[in-house]
Ligand binder design. Structure first.
Ligand SMILES: Cc1cc2nc3c(=O)[nH]c(=O)nc-3n(C[C@H](O)[C@H](O)[C@H](O)COP(=O)(O)O)c2cc1C
Length: 203
């Protein structure tokens, strides 16, 4: 695990000759979905873009970032601001089956979730936080499968929403390019990181 974390880099050069089959992408998404989320509500959705023509369009939306075209797939990660409320019944049905909650406790929890997610600021905060954990887990899962990734926030949100019919309830938080590194290219050393002395307070 230590090695895997050290190995993850934002890969700029993808090998465009390599394809990703659908079963590998499904495995990747299944692994990514083991990410933790508040009440296990999993308020995320993804759009997987593999088609070359669509990748070309997506590259334009991503301000001509070439990696979008060269990566085998691009995963558009959406935070679902209504996900807490819409996913709660299935998630709690499973909680009851698995013995986490009694039926009555589950009903009470769903009511409290509905109240909390009805507050737009809460829904935004909760869904973006959980979808970001999903995104990180996706990048580490990709590395575990021998794949490379590059997260991107550089995209025109309005154009992305229009092209992929993304409803208002969803917030596109990032696009993760996935594929294999071009072996002929070298990455620069990893960018600097602040040390715990600089960002941590020990109490
Ligand atoms: C949410 C997010 C958005 C990013 N957006 C872009 C982007 O649009 N274009 C880009 O070249 N890199 C982007 N990056 C990559 C960062 O620049 C990179 O993660 C950082 O420099 C550290 O490099 P490393 O991931 O190789 O350790 C993004 C990273 C994150 C987490």
């Amino acid at each position: 695990m230590r090695e895997l974390i050290k190995q993850r880099r934002s890969i700029t050069f993808f090998d465009e000759s390599k394809e990703l089959d659908e079963s590998t992408i499904r495995e990747l998404l299944t692994m990514a979905a083991t990410a933790p989320s508040g009440y296990n509500l999993q308020p995320w959705k993804v759009i997987v873009v593999k088609d070359k023509k669509v990748k070309e369009e997506l590259m334009q939306i991503c301000y001509s970032q070439e990696k979008v075209l060269k990566a085998s797939a691009n995963i558009i990660i959406l935070a679902d601001t209504e996900g807490g409320i819409s996913n709660a019944p299935r998630v709690f049905e499973s909680f009851v089956e698995l013995g986490y909650f009694t039926k009555e406790q589950a009903q009470n929890a769903i009511q409290s979730i509905e109240r909390s997610w009805a507050e737009p600021q809460n829904a935004l905060k909760k869904s973006i936080r959980d979808a970001a954990l999903f995104a990180m887990n996706l990048m580490l899962s990709a590395r575990a499968l021998g794949l490379e990734t590059h997260p991107m926030e550089g995209f025109d949100e309005k154009a992305l929403r229009e092209r992929f019919n993304i409803e208002q309830r969803f917030i596109p938080i990032m696009i993760v390019a996935v594929g294999y590194k071009d072996p002929s290219k070298e990455l620069l050393p990893r960018a600097m990181r602040f040390s715990p002395e600089e960002f941590a307070v020990f109490i």
